[in-house]
Write a protein that binds this ligand. Structure first.
Ligand SMILES: [Zn+2]
Ligand SMILES: [Zn+2]
Length: 384
């Protein structure tokens, strides 16, 4: 009788029947391996969590007093005869790919990943495997990221111009990942970095975990507005359009997201500047990462799964589309209107990708699920 696959897709998440554990499950389970602390991967309610050391403090900040075991990259632990090893995913600090090995059969679950080294988290490491479960959030040719140095040079110049024009500078990015990547690349010769409470809570959790970040000042009701206006304000997507943000005006407001590659995305968000910055792999990054695994079969989760699966099969991979509850909450919390499932006709993208984008959107089954993603961390941190 043929053996069951080592990993299977269930209504609770990715399951290893032999090892009796789940990877990033979205319903409560006894034993959960967590790729990273974003809320569509790290849910509340599991009995036991396993994650990377550098996810420890952020997981505890977001999920409270959980039973958590942490390990290093490259460290192997055994569950019921199945070997589990974490490898860097290059997505956010502490993010990991999970390699699962049993009797010579090797599976890798990517979690979210990006292939460009960002200088903040451990860079992505390709891992050889027979079966690769990969995200494909930005699996469309329109998504091609610039080298980050170029983008941050533009951001620092924009900040300088704002200072010359007596404008405050507000830069918006998701609180875990994007915010630290921006922070570490800001030129503090321009001024100080002021943070929204949600971002500062995350920074503090990471500092407790031993991560060294550039200095930041938390904005409180007592922080003088004129001081803040001389620096740069780091804010999460939830602050956009809020009274909290308006009180620092007049300002120039820049939005950082992979979706900024789409025409109309900046205007829909009323942003003055759109920075195409993502912690996910772009089109070329996805294909090179999948190729580097040498896998026999690749399973695609969240993103443009249908069209990307079709394309991979056309160029000779053995690809399958898988429906999961993973969203891209770090992007979509702020921009449900730009998600692959909700692109407005005629504004879908540039470079002639309109039809492809729309058909990808129609093929996705997760519309309601993606829209329902809620970020516990943001809710818990609250606005100040
Ligand atoms: Zn993520
Ligand atoms: Zn994700």
């Amino acid at each position: 009788m043929p053996r069951k696959p080592l990993l299977e897709f269930t209504d609770r998440g990715i399951y290893c029947p032999q090892g009796k554990f789940y990877i990033d499950p979205w319903k409560p389970v006894d034993d959960a391996v967590i790729t990273h602390a974003h809320s569509d991967h790290a849910y509340l309610g599991h009995k036991h969590y396993l994650a990377h050391h550098l996810s420890r403090e952020v997981l505890k900040y977001r999920l409270g007093d959980i039973q958590l075991q942490t390990i290093a990259y490259g460290e192997t632990i055994n569950k019921n005869g199945v070997e589990i090893t974490l490898f860097p995913a290059g997505h956010v600090i502490g993010s990991a790919q999970v390699r699962v090995v049993y009797q010579g059969e090797v599976w890798v679950v990517s979690g979210d990943y990006k292939t460009e080294a960002d200088g903040v988290c451990e860079p992505f490491e390709p891992v050889k495997c027979h079966h690769f479960i990969s995200e494909c959030t930005f699996g469309m040719p329109v998504y091609q990221w610039k080298p980050q140095q170029q983008l941050f040079d533009e951001m620092n110049n924009w900040w300088r111009q704002n200072l010359e024009n007596n404008l405050a500078t507000v830069v918006v990015g998701y609180s875990l990942g994007k915010a630290q990547r921006i922070l570490q690349n800001l030129d503090l010769f321009n001024g100080k970095v002021y943070t929204h409470g949600v971002i500062e809570n995350t920074n503090e959790a990471l500092r407790r975990n031993g991560i060294e970040l550039q200095p930041t000042t938390r904005i409180t009701p007592d922080t003088p507005k004129e001081e803040v206006r001389k620096g740069i304000i780091l804010a999460p997507p939830s602050a956009v359009g809020s009274a909290w943000m308006r009180k620092f005006g007049p300002y120039s407001f820049g939005y950082c997201s992979g979706w900024m590659a789409l025409r109309g995305a900046k205007r829909r968000r009323a942003a003055d500047r759109g920075f195409v910055l993502s912690d996910h792999a772009d089109w070329n990054g996805l294909i090179s990462a999948i190729d580097a695994t040498g896998c026999e079969c690749v399973y695609l989760t969240h993103g443009y799964t249908a069209s990307f699966t079709r394309y991979l099969n056309e160029i000779g991979f053995n690809a399958r589309e898988v429906h999961t509850l993973y969203g891209t909450e770090e992007e979509e919390a702020a921009s449900p209107q730009d998600s692959p499932t909700n692109l407005p006709k005629g504004e879908a993208s540039n470079e002639g990708e309109v039809n492809k984008v729309l058909s990808a959107g129609e093929d996705l089954g997760e519309v309601g699920i993606l829209g329902g993603a809620k970020d516990l961390g943001e809710a818990k941190g609250g606005a100040i």
